[in-house]
Design a protein. Structure first.
Length: 437
């Protein structure tokens, strides 16, 4: 019996607001879907697809292909029913462990629609099993674009086949013999657009735990820019005693043996994809889509030059923040750069800041005084109540001193007046004028 061990990781990345990828771990089926569509539509598309796949009974290549077509119908129906979801779609790549043709044997079925990928890591070599259904990959297959040019082509996000675009979809499928030690990698384009195949192979070589490997690959994609959602599923073949076991052992014992597949078995099917179409017919090599459908990803997702746009955005935001911080600092400086003589708890006080405060900055007590508001001379009380601004603490103190002096003078005058008006003693005679010299 073949046993599988799996690990998965997914992340929104550094640029996107939400994660429109979805992963499915539902042994014997594993899948990655990469949704597209405005607002939450992409998220819904990929989720509907994997949930539909999860509900399907998969026991053969045909049944997995049929399950993907069912998933397509589910996404298409949902988009048709809800105008807000119109135009949504999703990629879907999946593998499933199914009974093989040989007695007691098992095989891995690989299916794909879109540009999420399935790789096989066998004998230390990483091989891409699926073909991308994208405009640039069509051009690469036609020899009109090099793989290097395709990696950075501005239209590399335009897909020629997705789930949800029509009521039926063409599904590419492959059969692969599983060998102990093989690893299958399913991923969205957020991985391979950021991390090259050599680096991916290096991680799969070094990290034995599939969970660790999946997380490391996602981390590398984020470090590489994280311009898209990134999802990774790693499925390990940990035991196998089916028809390929002996060859696998040979491959392990003798590293120079190529691939180690049992001769004449389904290994050819792993190279030549079969195709299921809406009519249920299949078996032919996949016919590349001749006309890109209107649901090209470019219509639903930002242009791929996100790094440049992002850095501009970052610079812009940084600039705006710097201006705001500078303006706040200037306001704070202005608000705190002065003193005023005002009132606190019916006592005259020296406060730092503008009378009444400025925006969010309220004046604070600098010094209290012994002078009560009642003692302030009538003619100056209004000024104190409004807050008498002074350019410095020393100036404010001088103002308070002048208030105290005036208050004291008035107090004395009042006392004198009172004393004068309360006595009955006659005024003394005026002094005699000085004699003339
Ligand atoms: Mg993507």
């Amino acid at each position: 019996m073949t046993s599988l061990r799996s690990g998965a990781a997914t992340d929104t990345g550094q640029v996107r607001a939400n994660n429109q990828d979805a992963v499915l771990i539902a042994e014997p089926v594993f899948a990655v879907a990469d949704g597209m569509g405005g607002h939450a539509a992409g998220e819904i598309a990929s989720q509907v697809a994997v949930e539909s796949l999860q509900d399907s009974a998969v026991s053969s290549l045909d049944s997995l292909v049929e399950a993907v077509r069912d998933a397509n119908r589910s996404v298409w129906q949902r988009a048709s029913d809800d105008p807000e979801l119109h135009g949504m779609g999703t990629t879907l790549c999946a593998i499933a462990l199914v009974p093989g043709e040989a007695e007691g044997g098992e095989q891995i079925v690989v299916v794909n629609v879109g540009d999420s990928r399935v790789y096989q890591f066998h004998d230390g070599e990483l091989t891409q099993l699926t073909d991308d259904h994208s405009l640039v990959e069509d051009l690469v297959r036609e020899g009109r674009l090099s793989p290097q040019e395709a990696r950075t082509h501005p239209q590399r996000n335009i897909l020629t086949r997705v789930l949800g675009n029509d009521s039926d979809v063409e599904v590419d499928s492959w059969l692969v013999d599983p060998y102990r030690g093989d690893r299958f990698l399913l991923c969205s384009d957020g991985l391979f657009n950021e991390v090259d195949d050599d680096k991916i192979a290096s991680v799969l070589r070094q990290l034995a735990d599939p969970e660790d490997a999946a997380h490391e690959l996602v981390t590398l994609a984020i470090q590489g820019g994280g311009r898209d959602n990134v999802s990774v599923v790693v499925v390990d073949v940990v035991d196998h005693d089916g028809p390929g076991a002996a060859a696998a052992t040979v491959a392990t014992d003798a590293p120079t043996t190529t691939m180690g597949r049992a001769p004449g078995t389904a290994s050819m099917a792993a190279v030549e994809p079969s195709t299921e179409t809406g009519g249920g017919g299949g078996g032919a090599a996949p016919a590349p889509a001749t006309t890109p459908p209107a649901s090209a990803r470019a219509s639903a997702e930002p242009a791929p030059s996100t790094r440049r746009v992002t850095w501009r955005s970052v610079l812009f935001v940084t600039g705006v923040v710097a201006v705001l911080v500078g303006a706040a600092g200037a306001v704070a400086w202005y608000a705190r750069s002065t003193y005023h003589v005002g009132v606190q708890d019916d006592q005259v006080a020296i406060l730092r800041g503008r009378p009444g405060g400025l925006l969010w900055i309220q004046p604070t007590l600098a010094e209290s005084t012994e002078l009560s508001l009642d003692d302030v001379p009538d003619g100056r009380r209004d000024a104190v109540l409004r807050g008498k601004e002074e350019p410095s603490l020393a100036a404010a103190r001088n103002y308070v001193e002048s208030l105290e002096d005036q208050a004291e003078a008035e107090r004395r005058r009042t006392t004198t007046t009172t004393t004068t008006t309360s006595t009955t003693l006659p005024l003394p005679p005026p002094p005699a004028p000085p004699p003339p010299r």
